[in-house]
Design a protein. Sequence first.
Length: 388
Amino acid sequence: MKLVKTLTVIAAATLIGAGTFSTGASVSADKVSDAKAAVSSKKSEGSSLLAQLQSAQDNLAKINDQVSNKMLDIEDAQKKIDATQATIESYNGKIAKQTEEIANRKDALKNQLESLQKELGDSVTGNVYLEFLLKSDNLSDLISRGVTVSKLNQANKDALDAVNEAKNKMNDLKAAQVAKQNELTATKNQLEADKVKLDSLKENATAEAAALQQKISDNQAEVDALQAQADSAAQAAAAQAAAAVAAAKTVTAPKTTPAAGNNTPAPATPVGGGASAMVGIAMQYQGVPYVWAGASPAGFDCSGFTMYVAAQVGISLPHRAAEQGMMGTQIPLSQVRAGDLLFWGGRTSAYHVALAISNSQYIHAPNTGDVVKVANISGWGPSFAIRL
């Protein structure tokens, strides 16, 4: 009977111990599961925010492209206005010369009359030409004088008509240029008004992108904190399980510690034979500020940057992303290599351009308030690529 009682106590103690360890393990498993679920939820939220940021970056790039194009259009309009003004001033000079010529012709006619008046002496009729005819010696002389007067009058008339016609033509041409200048000025004013509206849109788009970037940063901080909690819970569960195993004196398989994750991104591996001459040149201009319609080391916009760099190796590109997108040969994004051009948007409607420095990175002039810099394709991916 004593032996049975002893076995019963031992069995009860064993069951109680087993129940205690089972409950502790369950609690730890729940904590780990909840922590992992929280991390997964935050990562999912971060992915959604990243997609929103890329959309906002697309929108901002489109606006910057439109502003740069407006700036180029304004510059073109001003050049045309200046050329028209130069033409108007040229016509003014010609009109002044024609006016002077008319005055000279009138003076010449006056001198002719005065010369005849002196030759004829006192006029009886008051008409020197008539007096000239009346004082002819005979019919032959009369005819001769009549021909002379007729030729003289016709010559004077033709000269005055020619000069007046030239002057009127110059006035008409000048009027046309003035009308053209007024039209160009109106166009320029409209372009400037459009740019003001785009400036406002750009400010809103920049603020939206900045707000999303902040949310992504905050979200990443929360992910890191939750991941730390999950790791802590997992370690606690592992320690509890180890204690249970030790208490039960059960032989278990050796514990395998997972390899620590390496969050450091692998360096970009240039393909296509390494960095091209364009890439080497482009990298020299990191830090140059973004400037609308800029195309020099004093400041670049996206297409101005690629145009300038390409020119250094003898390649001529237009200063608009949409026009650059129609050049060269389109290639799959999977085949991108150093020196290729990357575009956002359609082949004939690109709104941003960058220079590939590898199959995973590019260098570009992003947007106002930023500078020329290197970025990852995974962060903001292009729509298509071309090889010049």
